[in-house]
Ligand binder design. Structure first.
Ligand code: TYM
Length: 373
């Protein structure tokens, strides 16, 4: 019998931050350690997803290796055959299955994805240099905003539009049932379940369907999905592609730089520490971060800090925890051995290709691209 698969991917479009760490990387690695014998764990680098929004392509190879080192520094064991660490583009079945599933996905379905809506707004709002340059040359010294808008829209790519289909394929190719992701990816997980269910109905059970989001939370021992907010604007998610780094704590931030970001985090004027994300988003976010850093349940940490009126002292406590965490993490990162990563890639990519090709072949047979012998 095949083992249940726990799978997650983290894009290599920028350095990783504490939201990526606590939202996806750590839960996956904890599961990998806990279920060493009972499960297969896939932690992969979705390199094809990395340029759904603009990146520096000359830097992508370095970024991929850097992310793999972060996985290892976070505790991912490399010496277990059931733990796979691989680069998505080294398993061509991901792209092939995406084309097939694209043809069973509605335009309307994709346009309802909130990530697409948010990210496309962001790309439109920050036209890259090339777009600005062309616009300046062609139209009115760059004053023609209408044209600029039109050109900027060209930057919202088809790749950004249909990346949930690629993400669904990343999951379905391995029959993964458990997919630890942050709250922002829940809608994509639901889409994965929808498309898998639809294909199963039409073609007689070609896919294993991942568990629904609430079951996933249960399995990972959480009440709900995690969403760490930006420290400077706690109404927005902490994001790798944020306009400013002020509110984002990267895993490679100098510990004192990270401490300063916490000390200048936006709070409120209620002078009362309590967990209330609607009325006090900044303070609640800091409480959540503190709980994660301490590895303690949120309600316990809230009980410890409740009613504290001096936000400076409260922030200092969070900043100190963060400094300790980053110092220890970065010491582990400095010790990571690249040779071990390269051999883990080789072993894992061979195994991933075998498993993914088996699923792809089943789907190709189902849709009539291969004979059913
Ligand atoms: P990505 O690379 O944007 O983010 C990686 C993971 O980090 C989580 N995350 C957060 N969690 C809590 N608080 C935050 N502020 C925060 N920001 C990010 C994300 O939810 C995610 O789990 N499409 C995916 C990558 C992907 C994938 C997959 C994931 C590709 N294929 C298959 C799972 C399964 C993405 O863009 O994640």
């Amino acid at each position: 019998m095949t083992k249940p698969v726990i799978l997650t991917g983290i894009r290599a479009n920028n350095d990783l931050h504490i939201g990526n760490y606590f939202g996806a990387m750590l839960p996956t690695i904890e599961m990998a350690k806990k279920h060493t014998d009972g499960c297969q764990v896939n932690l992969f680098i979705p390199d094809l997803h990395s340029f759904t929004t603009p990146i520096d392509h000359d830097n992508l190879q370095d970024q991929i290796m850097h992310n793999a080192r972060l996985f290892v520094a976070s505790g991912l064991p490399l010496d277990n055959d059931d733990i796979l660490i691989y680069r998505q583009s080294y398993v061509p079945a991901h792209s092939e299955l995406t084309w097939i599933l694209d043809c069973f996905t509605g335009m309307g379905e994709m346009s309802r994805m909130t990530q697409f809506k948010d990210k496309s707004k962001q790309v439109e709002a920050t036209p890259d240099e090339h777009v600005k340059e062309v616009s300046r040359e062609l139209f009115d010294g760059g004053k023609s905003t209408l044209m600029l808008d039109k050109l900027s829209q060209e930057r919202v790519t088809v790749g950004l539009f249909n990346y949930p289909v690629l993400m669904a394929c990343d999951i379905l190719l391995y029959g993964a049932q458990y997919v630890p992701v942050g709250d922002d990816q829940s809608q994509h997980l639901e889409f994965t379940r929808d498309i898998a269910g639809r294909m199963n109905k039409k073609f007689d059970n070609v896919f294993t369907v991942p568990y629904e989001v609430s079951k996933q939370h249960e399995f990972f021992g959480k009440g709900q999905g995690l969403r760490i907010m930006d420290l400077a604007d706690p109404t927005k998610k902490m994001s790798k592609s944020a306009d400013s780094d002020k509110g984002v704590i990267f895993l490679t931030d100098e510990p004192d730089v990270a401490a300063k970001k916490i000390m200048s985090a936006t709070t409120d004027d209620l002078a009362n520490v309590s967990y209330n994300p609607i009325e006090q988003p900044g303070v609640s976010n800091l409480l959540q971060i503190l709980a994660l850093l301490r590895g303690q349940p949120l309600d316990e940490v809230e009980a410890d800090c409740k009613g504290q009126s001096n936000y400076g002292e409260f922030k200092r406590m969070v900043a100190d925890e963060m400094t300790n965490f980053l110092t220890a993490f970065q010491a582990k990162l400095a010790d990571v051995d690249d040779t071990a990563i390269h051999s883990a890639f080789k072993r894992s990519e061979a195994r991933a290709n075998e498993q993914a090709n088996r699923t792809l072949h089943r789907v190709q047979q189902a849709v009539g691209l291969r004979s059913k012998d």
